[in-house]
Design a protein around this ligand. Sequence first.
Ligand code: PMP
Length: 283
Amino acid sequence: RIVYCNGVFTPEEDARISIFDRGFLFGDAIYEVTAVLAGRLIDNDLHLDRLERSLAALSIPMPVSRAELEQIQAELMARNELAEGIIYLQVSRGEADRDFLYPEGLKPNFVAFTQAKKLADTPAQRNGISVDLTEDLRWARRDIKTAMLLGQVLAKRQARTDGYDDVWMVQDGLVTEGSSSTAFIITADNRVVTRPNSRSTLPGCTRHAVLRLCQTHGLRLDERAFSPAEAQAAVEAFVTSASSFVTPVVRIGDVAIGDGRPGPLTRRLQSYYIEAALGSVPA
Ligand code: PMP
């Protein structure tokens, strides 16, 4: 695989970053993930907007212009012949001798790579996933997409050990989000419910796209938080993310959702999303 590292396209085994990189030492770095389907980037403008916002929140400068960023993505896709998978971008504050206080004027380290993987029509999308409920132990600025992901790493490992596919995290009696996804439920009166954006969650790009699709297709929407008990009583549930699109949730904790199979509204949103991503006319 050819990766990108600070201005150079190189075989992955030749890419090098200093051990003094602040992303490595402090998690002082921002990342983004854009899906590639049929050789096309999905919702990339939303992801690059969020990258700019996340970097600005940490006062890390953009390492290259937005146009150059897009060129790097295109070049990586071409060199790796990526038709389906993801492009990962990471910008760290840069490197300096270890000190919590960072000096002014650091040069960011910028790396990017592709991962080929099947994103559409996966077993998870066809059959749905189970999620456990777990306390949200992350820091308070989850709207910034930092590489500091230990809360999610440990929660997801524990969920897997306990026989679940993933987790929904809970704070103050309300679901925040999935370990790497936005949480949605559908109520008995067919309303699509998801938490409003705030510092408590990452503002999902796929969430944004799905909310737009709800409007386009006349589905009723409630942007509000919901409790684990409400989620377990919902008629359908699903998660969204760049790499999982719309994935049904069929069990929350020890409770099956609906009849334990992906629901009809979730199915519709899945196909609306794929149609929009592929740029075809919605049915
Ligand atoms: N929340 C968290 C914590 C995430 O890591 C992700 C995945 N990046 C999401 C939500 C979904 O965001 P997106 O739709 O932009 O991938």
